[in-house]
Ligand binder design. Structure first.
Ligand code: ATP
Ligand code: MG
Length: 439
């Protein structure tokens, strides 16, 4: 056959029914569809075919001089049409045209992917905790497939950590696939993750490549891991142990080279007690734990991030970056930041949009209302929740900071006096003022 001589892999069917069967079996990239067929009209089936097989390109074969049919074919989604009788050379050219276009589309897709990938993430911050975090990320990036579990309050940068591990690792050229386990309905998540194969020829459902497969050679970021059902947890554990997946409806294992980074802000320990999370999966995931410190306990970062976002947003808006006055800084440091870096980023964007002034003062941030007693350290001990985010050290530090600030205020910045109020030496107080960046 001519097409086979040209290097195409071809199947031929004489009826619509046979056509459907062959499409299911063979999943062709291109279909040449005639109109008058023994068991129906090809043009009438075109719509249905495009719906069932959206990836497949259809070329219609139309009768000479039938412009109406040709127009309808294109409208219904055919890539092109060939008027019968046609020269084989014409067919060859049409197919080559398709290949060229198809190739271009793929190329564009690749470029987009590339662009996304090279958009390097930057982690801003120079607090002690941030420096430790950066060092830890570099170490993790060196190991090629260690599983990581990232925890932290909302907006602390869990996804950012996952991206920077990926980008610093040997997998950086591979894909980074982020899945939010909480946002995919539980009955769909299995197919989404593991993919699906056709069960039988009569099964008209589309085969689907799962996200695990998309992530092959790269990193899979499973956000809100606590939302996975127990059933999927078993499958995930199996994957982590032997690095193989089975598409749903298939009996074959596919080997997969993926590093999994999981994140959660739920208490997995509590979930384990409630039998909602498997402990074996927990230990498998938690090979390297990362815990992100809430922004309120990283004063240096609050100021650094503020300056960074101010610069960034003002540049975007082609405005001059305003100067942050000391009272504004103080206001930002006193605020609780329950939404952490995300909230800070949004706050600064809002300020950058609304204000034209050369200087930003405390009153510009009046909408940040610190609720008295809302600060972690001032909660009565009865209200404290010991979840996995609790850290005695962070807790004590935030209490310490509050008391120091109060003593300084009362003594009107007389450090010796404030030290006396607190019952510590002037030097001890000085050290803490520097540590907490109190201004
Ligand atoms: N250290 C940082 N430097 C720069 N940007 C940061 C930093 N930490 C967080 N961000 C920014 O803050 C926002 C929130 O971060 P991210 O989405 O990673 O948080 P998350 O912990 O995944 O939050 P959630 O639990 O709500 O999903 C993002 O825009 C991120 O780029
Ligand atoms: Mg997130």
């Amino acid at each position: 056959m001519f097409l086979e001589d040209e290097g195409y892999d071809v199947r031929t069917g004489a009826t619509l029914e046979e056509g459907y069967r062959l499409i299911d079996e063979f999943s062709p990239q291109v279909l040449l569809l005639d109109i008058r067929l023994p068991d129906g009209n090809g043009l009438d089936s075109l719509h249905d075919m495009k719906e069932r097989y959206p990836e497949m390109t259809v070329m219609m074969l139309t009768a000479f001089g039938d412009a109406k049919t040709a127009v309808r074919a294109i409208k219904e989604g055919a890539f092109d049409y060939l008027t019968k009788p046609f020269e084989l050379e014409e067919l060859k050219i049409t197919l080559e045209k398709w290949i060229k276009q198809h190739h271009l589309e793929k190329e564009v897709e690749r470029y987009r992917e590339e662009e996304r990938r090279t958009k390097l993430v930057r982690m801003i911050g120079e607090s002690e905790q941030m420096n430790e975090l950066k060092a830890k990320i570099s170490l993790i990036a060196e190991s090629n497939d260690t599983t990581v579990l990232v925890r932290g309050e909302t907006g602390t940068g869990k996804e950012l950590v996952a991206r920077s591990v990926h980008q610093q690792s040997k997998r950086a050229e591979g894909p980074f696939v982020a899945v939010n386990c909480a946002s995919i309905p539980s009955d769909l998540i299995e197919i989404e993750l593991f993919g699906r194969e056709k069960n039988s020829v009569s099964d008209h459902s589309q085969p689907k490549v799962g996200l695990m497969e998309w992530a092959d050679g790269g990193t899979l970021f499973l956000d809100e891991i606590g939302d996975l059902s127990l059933e999927i947890q078993v499958k995930l554990l199996r994957f982590l142990e032997d690095k193989k997946i089975k598409r749903i409806g298939s009996v074959h294992d596919i080997e997969m080279d993926v590093r999994v980074i999981a994140a959660t802000n739920r208490s997995l320990e509590e979930m384990i007690e409630e039998k909602e999370f498997r402990s074996d999966l927990y230990y498998r995931l938690n090979v390297v734990p990362i815990k992100l410190t809430p922004l309120r306990n990283r004063d240096r970062d609050i100021l650094m991030l503020t300056e960074h976002f101010l610069d960034e947003f003002c540049q975007q808006m082609r405005k001059e970056t305003p100067i942050l006055r000391a009272d504004a800084k103080k206001r930002l440091l006193h605020y609780d930041w329950p939404g952490n870096v995300r909230e800070l980023k949004n706050t600064i964007e809002r300020i950058a949009i609304l204000h034209q002034e050369r200087e930003l003062a405390a009153h510009h941030f009046d909408f940040l209302n610190p609720v008295e007693g809302n600060v972690e350290g001032s909660k009565p001990v009865d209200d404290v929740v010991f979840d996995e985010l609790f850290s005695l050290e962070d807790h004590i530090e935030s209490i310490e900071k509050k008391y120091i600030e109060k003593a300084i205020q009362e003594s009107k910045w007389n450090i010796t006096q404030a030290g006396k109020l607190l019952g510590i030496s002037r030097y001890a107080l000085q050290r803490r003022i520097e540590k907490y960046n109190i201004t």
